[in-house]
Design a protein around this ligand. Structure first.
Ligand code: NAD
Ligand code: DAU
Length: 348
């Protein structure tokens, strides 16, 4: 095996697409998926690769340093792609400490173990996957670039900003080879239905209210998850060490317009009368400290590495809805049990 890559958070939404891409494309790499399987981690997301000879799963928590050491030792980890995190802004508002633990302390644990295990830091890469939310909130003009100052506004984005700073500090202080990408909102198969798009698909299917925060005018820049995985592949192999790359969809939407698009597409797919799902739209209390707009200028990764999104939004949304409709068992299993409790408390 030419590389032994530790991918953290590989059972989650984005991680599962990254693991699948790497396992299928790089048969000479050993891919170790390290994940502690929180509510957001699901091995069902990895059905297509679970028996591959170059793939192995390790159920380990980033807070368990002894276990992290064991994984590095046993698998002789050469590189890290770090995705594991608490990722949902609403949960960070009700339980910030969980985000400090996994996103900040968990990341520092991983950096420490890598630093002590890797003898010559020049032979190894630590790739940290982050978010555009670290840059704060935009009004109606301008874009986030790689030089936009950090200005995180939620406990989630503050924890991700802290983890980004630690990764840069390990590069500057110890000479660790690092790279960071900051990506905009992802959508697609395997996303846990606490996030806007899968939550609305699930609720439209079940004729339940579609909770739109505030006036629905907040804007997000959406990217199909497989295009994010392709970007990670490119940056891992061709990105300049020590650099940051912003990844985005060049695709800004107001929340209310996305919800209406989902209603329209699902009316068509489910054979419902036009306009019937829109009646489910319910304006609810706004998210505390709700960031107004995110928009990424992705020209650096486009110009330097030749990456660009491969899928138009309407095609990606259509594929995403089809996936959720075709994978009813997946949706039913993740929305039973704890999800019901979360949903009741959040949307009561
Ligand atoms: P997710 O919540 O779907 O998955 C996170 C995964 O991490 C889960 O499998 C979970 O079990 C695992 N995990 C959580 N805590 C852990 C711990 N202490 N130890 C080991 N594993 C743990 O998240 P996602 O949406 O796939 O996001 C992945 C990464 O990408 C995150 O770092 C997130 O900040 C970043 N990101 C997400 C988006 C997005 O739109 N979803 C956009 C930009 C960046
Ligand atoms: O920008 C990247 C970030 O995108 C990632 O770093 C985060 O991990 C990811 O969760 C996502 O954060 P958002 O807060 O933008 O995603 P979410 O799907 O939770 O919300 C999208 C928008 O929809 C946001 O403006 C809030 C709004 N919303 C969300 C939910 C869950 C609603 O109006 N109603 C809802 O019920």
């Amino acid at each position: 095996m030419s590389k032994s890559i530790l991918i953290t958070g590989g059972a989650g939404f984005i991680g599962s697409h990254v693991v699948q891409l790497f396992v299928e494309k790089y048969l000479d790499y050993k891919i170790i998926n390290l994940d502690c399987l929180t509510y957001a981690g699901n091995l069902e997301n990895l059905k297509e690769v679970e028996n591959a000879s170059n793939y192995i799963f390790e159920k380990v928590n980033l807070l368990d340093v002894d276990e992290l050491r064991r994984v590095f030792e046993v698998h002789q980890v050469t590189d890290v792609i770090h995705l594991a995190a608490e990722s949902h802004v609403d949960r960070s508002i009700s339980d910030p400490l969980a985000f400090v633990n996994t996103n900040v302390i968990g990341t520092v644990n991983l950096l420490n173990v890598a630093k002590t295990y890797w003898r010559d830091l020049q032979d190894h890469l630590f790739y940290h996957v982050s978010t555009d939310e670290v840059y704060g909130s935009l009004d109606h003009g301008g874009f986030f670039t790689e030089t936009t100052p950090y200005d995180p506004q939620s406990p989630y984005s503050a924890s991700k900003a802290a983890s980004d700073h630690f990764v840069r500090a390990y590069s500057n202080t110890y000479g660790m080879k690092t790279v960071i990408t900051n990506c905009s909102n992802n959508y697609g198969p395997n996303q846990f239905p606490e996030k806007l798009i899968p939550l609305c698909i699930h609720n439209i299917k079940n004729n339940r209210p579609l909770p739109v925060y505030g006036k629905g005018e907040n804007i997000r820049d959406w990217l199909f998850v497989v295009d994010h995985a392709r970007a990670i592949d490119m940056v891992f192999h061709k990105g300049k060490v020590g650099e940051t790359y912003n990844v985005g969809g060049f695709n800004e939407w107001k929340n209310i317009d996305i919800v209406k698009l989902l209603c329209q597409k699902m009316d068509e797919k489910l054979g419902r009368e036009t306009g019937s799902s829109e009646k489910l739209i319910t304006y609810v209390t706004d998210r505390a400290g709700h960031d107004m707009r995110y928009a990424i200028d992705a020209s650096k990764i486009q110009n330097e590495l030749g990456w660009e999104p491969s899928l138009q939004f309407e095609e990606g949304i259509s594929k995403t809805i089809d996936w959720y409709l075709d994978n009813e068992d997946w949706l039913n299993s993740v929305t039973s049990g704890d999800y019901q409790k979360y949903y009741q408390e959040r949307y009561k």
